[in-house]
Design a protein around this ligand. Structure first.
Ligand code: SF4
Length: 225
């Protein structure tokens, strides 16, 4: 598998924020968000080919009770199903962090879907149209919602984004507001601090959850932490 990095840290976002977790980060993404905080998995995919045996060894050695399979877009990784089977054999609580544009059959305890809003589209001429055509896949979201325990996590950059989230959620009436998380668009601790209060208030006023980004607050955009 094309792996960007694998390391023990803590979950920085969502309902399991603060939980000791092994991060397995695949490289490669079908989107190109302008604010991507892991451009080394999207704009400039980097990493090493690692066999399932190599990954199994590292997963077995990790003391973290959770495995977070993230990216890039992990749902694109050819051996993702086998990787999640390994995590299941090791009794990990498995979270998959995805933008929700690709459907796969995997072992998963929490599908953390971060659908990309109109605020994510890059200026880049080559990528803008492709990103725009790909980012919203309602049939994939429906299918994931039906088969997995899911949350929907939205990256909020401006106040107007809240209206888009409301419209988005309106198309999935079975989604409970308590499974909808808003988190600030931020790649530095300063940016995070600037947006935290108003995003928190917006989440609360709509009955949504607020997610901080603990890793950004603590480490900024540093890799492997
Ligand atoms: S979907 Fe995620 S990994 Fe891909 S470009 Fe957007 S923020 Fe980066």
């Amino acid at each position: 598998m094309f792996i960007s990095e694998i390391y023990d840290s803590f979950q920085g976002e969502g309902p399991w924020a603060g939980t000791a977790s092994l991060f397995v980060r695949t490289s490669g993404c079908n989107l190109r968000c302008w604010f991507c905080d892991t451009p080394y998995t999207s704009w400039d995919p980097q990493g090493d080919q690692q066999s399932l045996d190599q990954l199994a060894e590292q997963i077995a050695e990790s003391k973290s009770p959770h495995a977070v399979i993230t990216g890039g877009e992990p749902m694109l990784a050819p051996q993702l199903t086998e990787l999640t089977d390994i995590c299941r054999c090791e009794d990990k609580f498995i979270t998959i962090e995805t933008a929700g544009t690709v459907d796969r059959a995997v072992e998963c305890d929490l599908m953390a879907i971060s659908p990309k809003l109109g605020n994510s589209t890059p200026d880049d001429e080559k990528w803008a149209a492709r990103h725009e055509q790909t980012r919203h896949q309602p049939a994939v979201i429906e299918s994931l919602l039906r088969r997995y325990q899911c949350i929907l996590k939205f990256v909020i950059d401006t106040q107007n984004d809240i209206f888009e989230v409301r419209d988005y959620i309106g198309a999935f009436p079975d989604v409970s507001a308590s499974d909808v998380w808003l988190m600030p668009q931020a790649r530095t601790a300063e940016e995070l601090a600037q947006k935290t209060e108003w995003v928190k208030m917006a989440a609360s006023s709509h009955g949504f959850q607020f997610s901080s980004r603990l890793h950004i607050a603590q480490f900024g955009n540093m890799r492997g932490v």
